[in-house]
Ligand binder design. Structure first.
Ligand SMILES: Cc1cc2nc3c(=O)[nH]c(=O)nc-3n(C[C@H](O)[C@H](O)[C@H](O)COP(=O)(O)OP(=O)(O)OC[C@H]3O[C@@H](n4cnc5c(N)ncnc54)[C@H](O)[C@@H]3O)c2cc1C
Length: 484
């Protein structure tokens, strides 16, 4: 693998001062992975431009309350707060030293390979997202994290049904509970634990935590899970908090349907058999006005796809140095596979150190990051074992009624998707989209692709979009300017 010819001479061009000398690295995403990469690269002398769509650094895991809320105990909704304080101090030090420039509220819509001279990172500005700027750099670290997967069920579009991560983001970012008095947290995956305990600690009545996970499937992975005692302690802590808040845990259960006219009033849950299918006669109705639901996370790969980086399943493929197979592009954190904040930190650190050496034309000494590499291997193994246990209920797609809306942006029902995949003969997501418009709206299929693929009976193949988000024509037509 070779680096771009210009990697050692390109510069970060900013409008706020003279062009920086030496190689420049654009890090996209200021979550744990991006922050670790930026700090590691800057500490080794690279000029780093850290580009993120959020107003503050931290990403999903270290999402901070809005400054105007003047939170007195910002750590109360977080775990691993000390790690965040260390990371934030390192970031502040590098910004003060002029080695990192943090561009908050910058939404990257495309990373373009420039002929022989590195990359142009195009980003829309601020909440309005009308004007676009371009950051030029010799190398890029993609640390764009993941997003939630929600499998549809009848009633999932009722007001009061939100995503589990959305509830968590509301708590952490706005210090607010979702509207309503009684919540059910449902779906599958470890994220449901901080969501249920967070909601309960903030004063919501959590009527149940409903997870399709079969605890015996996790026990079968005991060997791999035991390799991360700190994670097991974390899990025990969540179990203790659930017990403290008297949250009933319904493992091997699923939500069959959400009920309500104007908004959510109840859900029907059922037990699952050994094959993950609902057991007839076990249905129970739970009254609630909030349902926080999620079935795991998916890696954000759109910028990588646009650049031509190869995939590894649903994630971006990387080597031991976190290099993608596009020279000059690294990827770290959940973009390369779902595995939590600690894994994101380890991968980001390795990516930053590798970039610092490679962009100067040096071969990095991997012994320098051996601790991070060991942590990366152990955590990847741990999360692979968890993945084997946390699986969605069997036959979920068959239970979706024809009138259930699958694609909210374009209001496409399961019936329309079934017609496209059946009589009309669509055999892949792209053809289903062309026939029904499912996935053509604002979210570009991020929310509906797993549901549409499940109902159509085809694979949830990546979209290979040229642009990662909708861009105004004016911004596309304008000559790119540098960030202010
Ligand atoms: C909604 C949600 C809530 C979560 N809550 C928890 C939790 O409470 N506890 C827990 O253990 N784990 C949680 N997770 C998992 C958690 O995200 C990861 O473990 C960890 O944060 C991964 O770090 P990362 O750096 O890879 O990605 P992230 O932390 O997701 O950071 C990615 C960053 O990239 C930015 N970004 C993405 N695309 C673009 C773009 N095109 N342009 C500019 N910026 C971009 C985002 O704004 C974000 O700041 C949550 C995940 C999600 C999706």
């Amino acid at each position: 693998m070779t680096e771009p010819a210009s990697a050692t001479t390109a510069s970060a061009t900013t409008a706020s001062g003279p062009a920086a000398s030496g190689p420049a690295l654009a890090v996209i995403g200021a979550g744990p992975a991006g922050l670790a990469a930026a700090v590691a690269a800057a500490a080794r002398g690279l000029r780093v431009v850290l580009v993120d769509s959020a107003a503050d650094a931290g990403g999903q895991f270290y999402r901070q309350p809005a400054a105007a809320l003047d939170a007195r105990r910002p750590w109360a909704l977080h775990h691993q707060w000390r790690a965040w304080e260390r990371l934030r101090a390192a970031l502040t030090a590098q910004i003060t030293a002029g080695r990192i420039r943090h561009l908050a509220d910058h939404h990257v819509w495309c990373v373009e390979r420039e002929s022989g001279s590195g990359f142009a990172v195009h980003a829309l500005l601020g909440p309005e997202q009308r004007d676009s700027v371009a950051v030029r750099a010799a190398g890029v670290v993609l640390a764009t994290g993941g997003y939630e997967k929600v499998l549809p069920f009848p009633g999932w579009t009722l007001p009061g049904v939100i995503t589990a991560g959305g509830a968590q983001a509301m708590l952490k970012g706005s210090l607010a509970l979702p509207p309503g008095r009684t919540a059910v947290v449902a779906g599958t995956g470890p994220l449901l634990l901080p969501v249920a305990t967070g909601l309960a600690a903030a004063g919501a009545r959590v009527a149940a935590l409903v997870d399709s996970v079969d605890p015996r499937a996790l026990l079968r992975q005991a060997g791999a899970l035991a390799g991360q005692p700190a994670k097991l302690v974390e899990g025990a802590g969540f179990a203790a908090r659930l017990a403290f808040h008297r949250v009933p845990v319904m493992a091997r259960h699923t939500v069959l349907r959400a009920h309500g006219e104007e908004r959510l009033t109840a859900v029907t849950v059922a037990a699952l058999d050994a094959g993950g299918r609902p057991v007839s006669g076990t249905e129970r109705r739970l009254a609630c006005d909030t349902l926080a639901v999620g079935h795991g996370l998916l890696p954000h790969t759109d910028l990588a796809e646009g650049l031509g980086c190869g995939p590894d399943g649903p994630a971006v493929r990387v080597d031991d140095e976190q290099r993608t197979d596009v020279p000059g592009v690294w990827a770290a954190g959940e973009a390369t596979g779902i595995g939590g904040a600690a894994l994101a930190l380890a991968e980001g650190h390795i990516a930053g150190r590798s970039a610092a050496a490679r962009l100067r034309g040096d071969v990095p000494d991997a012994r320098g990051w051996s601790a991070a590499a060991r942590s990366r291997s152990r955590l990847r193994e741990f999360f692979a074992a968890l993945d084997a246990g946390y699986v969605p209920p069997g036959g979920w797609a068959e239970r979706i009624t024809d009138d259930t809306v699958l694609c909210r942006c374009e209001e496409v029902t399961a019936g329309a998707v079934r017609e496209a995949a059946g009589p009309l003969g669509a055999g892949d997501l792209r053809t289903v989209k062309l026939l029904t418009r499912a996935g053509m709206g604002w979210c570009q299929g991020r929310m509906c692709a797993p549901g549409v693929a499940g109902v159509a009976g085809c694979g949830a193949t990546p979209g290979r979009r040229l642009l990662a988000r909708p861009v105004p024509l004016g911004a596309l037509a304008a000559e790119p300017t540098e960030p202010q």
